[in-house]
Design a protein around this ligand. Structure first.
Ligand code: SF4
Length: 672
């Protein structure tokens, strides 16, 4: 015959923790526990020998006596009245504390707190007290009728209840209200124990449950075992064994309640083995030790989130107790949800209250360090190949920026940010992307030296675009540009790689045109390149060169002796300027206005007068035209022959004939 011992048989971590706390108190005085520390008479007797005595009420002890709150915990009222008591040792199981916190939180949110459990059990009484006046314990279907369905409901469980029975009650309440929040507070130790017993009971011939008759969880375990195996028996000690139970049987399963000490289990096993040649497959202690040794601080563990509260994320990591991640680890990210899978590093196997402590941040740090190490290995080749990175500025240093490139960070000096000069306001770069290349690398130092530059990339790009630019630029070419700046002497027009100068003299053929009336910053204009100086990076532009030179048009169409119509544009002491073609004016000197003596030019001419004039001279070098009016007015002497071949030109230089009669009429008028 073989004995198979359930791995989680015996003390749970909550009970172990309470015993440890009580036994570690260093005093000669009696140590009182508020109620029995453990539901096992043999263990209570052992504790009594160590001066650890249960009391029913705090009223029965003195103010300075040591008092241990057992793993079942107490209500809020107790803390309000006695929380500041001297020598109070709180050994409430962390899983029970979790239920307290939930009950209080939801009570404050206006929920009615319902606890699935025995209303007379001290643990349930404590949770109900945290849940406020209308909190309620339910254990069977008929109890549900007492629930106030007008309020939202929080359903919790006594930590040692059966998971299946909890689910039955949950389903029943769900049918009555949608306004229900369910928090399964059945502790991990209990759940493990229950599922082990279920599995074990199915495969063994006889199932033995060891536990105190007063123990709620031991009774539950027996109930489960009995459910799956008719040959299940509930004993308190080896003395309750009946060896007839094992006759003709091959496999015996053993489990024990949370308050059953290992020595009682060992006594049972020894008794069975001494009476029969049974093989002990594995002791509980061996199995627990194995479990403990399986995982060590620093190991990465995986688990499922089973609870999120204001202090901790509680994670089932497959150990006896749930792991906890302090909520502070989630300041920069969203909290996980119940049911989420989580990976973390085990920092401590057991904190002061028995929980394994996990850290997600440490795992992230570790992963970062690992990926940093990997990333650093790739940097030398990237440095040699002058590779470009896109980095993000993560912080501002004294004289530059810290830039994250992949999994490492480098330093981008302020002098290496811009193409020209030194970047002054560094704050504006925070969080922004930059293009960088490593210009100095030393990985032998404890803190690797990685110096970056954006300037070298911009410089090379500028050089490349400079070549492309000069390749397509040539004098006489018309290009498009954008007006960047206006100055007294002209406008700067951006052509891409550089700005060209559009001098005021190149603005318009009309000398009266004004730069500011013609152009504004941002205007997109076509300009003609009239000069290039590559060495000095200078380009001269012209706007007026886009139109034909009016002077050229004039001299192409006019000759000395042509008579044309003009308009007086200005009157000066020595004569008048007359517009004789688009943007071309000629000077009508005072001496050429009339045969008569003129005192003042303005006596005979005014701006706007339209007059006929003869071209006396064209000075092509200085672009000057001399005109005469009087030459058209010379009185014709009677005996003088008429100059019949004289031609008259209009403003457009179209020829127009003048008849002999016209001229004679004119001469007659003059004689009159
Ligand atoms: S049975 Fe669970 S809740 Fe109760 S003391 Fe043990 S570990 Fe804590």
């Amino acid at each position: 015959m073989k004995i198979i011992i359930a791995p989680n048989a015996g003390f749970c971590y909550g009970v172990k923790n309470a015993l440890k706390k009580a036994e570690e108190i260093k005093t000669d005085k009696i140590i009182y526990t508020l109620g029995e520390l453990i539901h096992n008479q043999q263990e209570i007797d052992r504790l009594k020998e160590k001066n650890i005595i249960p009391v029913d009420s705090i009223n029965n002890i003195k103010d300075d006596d040591f008092l241990v709150i057992r793993s079942h915990g107490v209500g809020k009222t107790f803390y309000e009245n006695f929380g500041k008591r001297e020598n109070l040792i709180d050994a409430t199981c962390p899983s029970v504390k979790l239920a307290h916190r939930l009950a209080e939180k939801y009570m404050l949110l206006g929920y009615q707190v319902i606890v699935f459990g025995d209303k007379n059990h001290p643990e349930v009484l404590g949770i109900l007290d945290w849940g406020g006046n209308d909190s309620l314990a339910v254990l069977k279907e008929s109890d549900i009728n007492q629930i106030n369905l007008k309020k939202p409901i929080l359903l919790l469980s006594q930590t040692t209840q059966s998971v299946d029975e909890f689910n039955i009650i949950k389903n029943l309440i769900e049918k009555k209200t949608e306004n229900l929040v369910v928090k399964n507070t059945i502790c991990k130790a209990t759940r493990n124990r229950q599922s082990e017993i279920e599995e074990l009971s199915k495969v063994v011939d006889v199932m033995i449950i060891i536990g105190g008759k007063q123990s709620s969880n031991s009774n539950k375990l027996f109930k489960i075992a009995k459910n799956f195996n008719e040959n299940s028996f509930f004993i308190e000690t080896y003395k309750d064994l009946n060896l007839d139970w094992f006759k003709g049987k091959n496999k015996i399963g053993i489990s024990a309640g949370a308050s059953t000490p290992s020595w009682i289990i060992e006594e049972v096993i020894n008794k069975m083995m001494s009476e029969d040649k049974m093989e002990k497959e594995q002791t509980m202690e061996e199995l627990l030790l194995e479990m403990d040794n399986d995982i060590q601080p620093g190991d990465i563990v995986e688990g499922i989130v089973i609870q999120v509260d204001k202090e901790n994320i509680v994670v089932d990591i497959g150990l006896k107790a749930e792991g906890i991640i302090p909520i502070e680890e989630y300041t920069n990210e969203e909290l996980p949800n119940v049911g989420d899978k989580i990976t973390a590093v085990l920092l401590q196997k057991s904190n002061s209250v028995g929980f394994p402590v996990l850290s997600k941040r440490k795992l992230l740090d570790r992963k970062n360090r690992e990926s940093q190490r990997e990333a650093l290995k790739t940097l030398p080749s990237k440095f040699e190949n002058k590779e470009e990175f896109e980095g993000v500025v993560t912080s501002i240093a004294k004289s530059g920026l810290i830039v994250k490139i992949g999994d490492v960070e480098g330093f981008l000096p302020a002098s290496q940010i811009l193409l020209n000069g030194y970047a002054k306001s560094l704050d504006k770069y925070l969080g922004k992307k930059v293009r960088v290349r490593i210009i100095d690398l030393d990985l032998k130092k404890r803190l690797p030296k990685i110096v970056l530059s954006q300037k070298v990339i911009l410089g090379e790009e500028r050089e490349a675009s400079s070549k492309d630019f000069w390749d397509i630029m040539e004098v006489g070419k018309v290009v498009q540009g954008e007006v960047k700046m206006l100055a007294d002497f002209g406008a700067f027009v951006n052509l891409g790689y550089l700005d060209g100068l559009l001098h005021v003299s190149e603005l318009s053929w009309n000398k009266r045109d004004n730069l500011k009336n013609m152009l504004a910053v941002g205007d997109k204009i076509n300009v003609k390149i009239i000069g290039i100086d590559k060495e000095k990076n200078k380009i001269s532009l012209s706007l007026k060169a886009l139109e034909e030179d009016p002077w050229q048009t004039f001299i192409n169409n006019h000759k000395v002796g042509h008579i044309i119509k003009g308009t007086v544009t200005s009157v000066v002491d020595y004569g008048a300027f007359v517009s004789i073609s688009k943007f071309v004016e000629g000077l009508l000197h005072i001496s050429e206005i009339s045969h008569e003596k003129i005192a003042k030019v303005s006596d005979v001419l005014k701006v706007g007068d339209e007059i006929d004039v003869e071209i006396l001279d064209i000075d092509e070098v200085n672009k000057k035209v001399s005109l005469s009016k009087k030459s058209l007015e010379t009185p014709v002497k009677k005996d003088e022959p008429v100059e019949a071949d004289k031609m008259v030109y209009n403003d457009d230089a179209e020829t127009k004939s003048v008849t002999l009669g016209d001229i004679l009429n004119q001469n007659n008028k003059n004689e009159e």
